[in-house]
Design a protein around this ligand. Sequence first.
Ligand code: GDP
Length: 319
Amino acid sequence: MDKNARIYIAGHRGMVGSALARQLAAHGYRQLVTRTHAELDLTNQAAVERFFEAEKPQVVLLAAARVGGIFANASQPASFIYENLAIETNVIHAAYRAGVERLVFFGSSCIYPKACPQPIREEYLLTSALEPTNDAYAIAKIAGLKLCESYNKQYGTKYVALMPTNLYGPNDNYDLKSSHVLPALIRKAHEAKVNGDATLTVWGTGAPRREFLHVDDLAAATRFILERDVMEGLFNVGVGTDLSIRELAQCVQRIVGFAGEIVFDTSKPDGTPQKLLDVSRLREMGWHAQIGLEDGIRQTYQDYAAARGAQAARQPAHA
Ligand code: GDP
């Protein structure tokens, strides 16, 4: 791909968008177009159309979305379905109208049925019912990938959909009510260690299995797709192995150095029992993830602890 291509990264301040911006800048892409939420509200159709007419990007990376963990999804389903549908229809349609050649849409592994055979192949999409704790979000993401497919069919565009597994890394959300499990466990373990607590509470039974991908690996996969001139399709992006939430909590506990006990709050939902992606479609093309889970968590924890330290240092001593 031309290093001078004008690439619009929608959602460049989020975890995925900021990783894309780092990845592309590090590999010599010089014309990255970005807008903050305050500058451009992607749920506003007229504003999005004006932006595309004025900027005329050649490539769009659609990483803007309302995202959240199991609690946020279950308690605000209307926000998750409405905002994601609005962003997708506005951006994809405006991109097509402005003659955007290529677009990468980012979804999520929760688009697949709850009772899917594991590992999950792309073909299992829409073969049975969704996990109810996040079906509103999943329906919006399925609509996004169907928009890409439909525009390719009808208008000959080259819009690709990537479905990453659970992500973690820089710029993640550490708010315990809306975060995903990995940042939540990092925060809980850190605070439990600092406070000298006897226990760390993990939601659910600890039995569900999840797969975790460092967001820099997703950004690398995206660059691979762009540079290989992949023009259409749906691609799972993951590491190919999973672990239980209990094992994940033990791993975080070890890395953070929390000496207490892990306890399980079974009044909280488990969600889908397992979510492991089959990543052979991308692997056969020559891409695989590079960042191991332990290394990735260690790096993420260092960043988190450094940010917490800096925050504490900024606060007046007698606040
Ligand atoms: P999911 O992958 O869509 O289910 O989303 P999450 O990352 O929010 O949750 C994954 C699993 O981790 C679920 O079984 C949760 O119940 C479990 N979990 C354990 N402790 C926590 C926590 O503190 N926060 C979150 N979000 N999930 C937790």
